[in-house]
Design a binder for this molecule. Structure first.
Ligand code: SF4
Length: 420
């Protein structure tokens, strides 16, 4: 192993702040951090400084497909200004879903799989001068036990929400999380992290990362575990957390998992007065087609239960699915109106984004007709829904342009299977 200390740049952006403590934890537990001068890069100015000052080293990125426009600009700039011995590595959900596209964007290396299972060996190979001299895709396994993963790093001492479930039992066609089977963190591991939060004085406000809140600890999608969710929330509340959140971002709930017993737990232990429900569309035909595994009636039922427990429902809906037809739109608009007027639900409206690695990644969104646009604008004016779908539409078009651009690019690369 070399004795020289290398630069390790971590490009932190608002969307990946929660990721890097886990990645750095791997570098620290393998005791490789002593070989690096870690630079946290949070602004374009810091990025410029890092690029200017780094003769060599590694620069890490982690991003999702919606961030591609920003990432493309940055990596293009970096490649015009960096020294050849400074290497760039991309990870995160987009790269996991389509690693070749990350190389086409201009990264030297793409990392697929769980950081906990292989990132240490990439770093080790870098230090030993064994990384490929050509672009490469590193592949490793998905995580076997979530307890192996902890967002604790002395190099980046922030306290992100604790990931209690990774992956998902469901297989929605549009979602990047669906690619992995659900794995839950044990309560012992939660307690251990909680004690670390307490040691840092960061335990007063606690939340969790979980793709389907009420499925935490469930043996499968049909066997929900009320006891374990109760223990999770009770432990935090009785150990000093004054602001506990569950059932809102980043731990939303699926409509089919709602029951009085689960929602009552939020009332009993948590501070949030709202609950986020993944509805996606009001059309049963479309719900089936995108494999959501619930019905429009269950979305309404989830709102009804929430209101019964004095929690305001916030429902996510998406327009522009590739197979959406005018009848689907009518049904979604009807449901939005009903949820907003009967249950005072707040509807978060999104526009379909083709996410890398999903079944719908190569399909084009449906363009909205004027009548639907008119109705959505009226809903927004009346406070029934947000207008975020307009930004989503714009972003969707940008992603399609980038997709088309990348299709024309070619890249030769090496595949490297990492031992986990
Ligand atoms: S339930 Fe949610 S997290 Fe799971 S696959 Fe569907 S959209 Fe993704």
């Amino acid at each position: 192993m070399q004795s020289r200390v290398e630069n390790l740049g971590i490009r932190i952006q608002s969307f990946n702040r929660l990721t890097f403590p886990v990645v750095l934890n791997q570098v620290e537990t393998t005791r490789l951090d002593k070989y690096f001068r870690v630079k946290i890069i949070e602004s374009p100015q810091q990025l410029k400084k890092f690029i200017k000052e780094s003769e060599r080293g590694l620069l890490l990125y982690s991003f999702m497909t919606p961030q591609l426009p920003q990432i493309l600009k940055e990596i293009s700039w970096i490649n015009h200004h960096r020294k050849p011995s400074l290497k760039t590595l991309a990870g995160g959900p987009h790269t996991g879903g389509d690693p070749e596209s990350s190389l086409k964007l201009g990264f030297d290396y793409a990392f697929c799989g769980a950081a906990e299972m292989g990132f240490g060996s990439v770093v080790q190979n870098y230090l030993e001068g064994k990384l490929p001299k050509v672009p490469a895709i590193f592949r490793t396994a998905e995580i076997d036990q979530l307890d192996r993963s902890l967002p604790i790093s002395h190099l980046l001492p922030i306290s992100p929400p604790l990931e209690i479930t990774r992956g998902c039992y469901w297989n929605c066609k549009f979602c990047q999380t669906s690619c992995q089977k659900a794995k839950h963190r044990s309560l012992d591991s939660v307690r251990m992290y909680y004690q670390e939060l307490k040691r840092r004085g960061h335990h007063l406000r606690v939340s969790f990362i979980c793709p389907s809140a009420f499925e935490y600890g469930a043996a499968d999608a049909r066997k929900l575990n009320l006891t374990v969710v109760n223990e999770l929330l009770e432990y935090c509340k009785t150990n000093g957390t004054s602001h506990l959140e569950f059932g809102i971002f980043p731990s939303e709930a699926r409509p089919n998992t709602f029951s009085d017993e689960f929602v009552a737990l939020i009332n009993q232990y948590c501070s949030n007065r709202k609950i986020c429900i993944g509805g996606q569309t009001g059309s049963n035909r479309l719900l089936k087609l995108i494999r959501r595994g619930h019905t429009a009636e269950q979305i309404e039922m989830a709102c009804e239960i929430s209101v019964r427990h004095r929690l305001r429902p916030y429902v996510d809906m998406i327009f522009g699915f590739p197979d959406e037809n005018s009848q689907d739109r009518r049904e979604t608009l009807q449901l939005i109106r009903k949820l907003a007027t009967v249950y005072r639900a707040r509807i978060h409206l999104h526009y379909f984004l083709p996410l890398a690695g999903t079944e719908l990644a190569q399909l084009r969104p449906r363009v909205l007709d004027y009548k639907t646009i008119d109705t959505l604008n009226k809903f927004e004016r009346d406070g029934l829904c947000t207008g975020w779908w307009k930004k989503g539409w714009q972003l969707s078009n940008e992603l399609l342009e980038i997709q088309d651009y990348l299709k024309d690019q070619t890249v030769t690369y090496q595949n490297v299977q990492l031992a986990s």
